[in-house]
Design a protein around this ligand. Sequence first.
Ligand code: HEC
Length: 168
Amino acid sequence: MSTPTNPPRTESTVPASPSLLRTLLRPRNLVITVIALFALVQVISFPIIAMAGWQTNPNPVAEPAWDKPETRALAVRACYDCHSNETIWPWYSKIAPVSWLVTRHVIEGRQKLNLSEWGVRGVEVDEVTRAVRSGKMPTKDFLLMHPEAKLTDAEKQQLIDGLSVSLR
Ligand code: HEC
């Protein structure tokens, strides 16, 4: 009588190799994974923004007939980064995802009101003064990064009065 033989063992005794995702998400690797993803996003985003020309300052066309240099100075301080062709693009405006936010604000801001392309698009003076009076403009997130753009109540009034005359 032959004794029953055990079937040969076919299953591998080597544990299955962990998936790539699980390897990347190991606490030990997480920091490197996050840094690598961050770098990858920069490598993709930076040339797209550069090639599209979204962070450029086109030549100014025409400015409003400013009533006083002080009015212009206040507008430069509080509005020009988003509503002119003289945007100062800070270093963090080059780094995704902040770059996407800043670029969108400037594109949309210039579409609504561009003080370097005055007369190109119709703009309601009352809408502009209302935006300052209500505190909607400059935007809160902008003031967070540009405390120097915050206007005192007196400066706000001065800007509103100046704009009412200059933008007519
Ligand atoms: C951080 C960029 C930024 C700054 C600084 C800024 N704006 Fe704007 N502004 C925008 C964007 C974006 C829009 C369009 C989206 C919206 O209406 O919220 C806009 C819209 C407007 C509009 C259209 C009407 C409205 O209320 O939406 C006016 C008028 C305006 N801004 C005036 C100003 C004035 C005046 C200043 C300076 C005191 C200023 N903005 C500063 C980004 C900015």
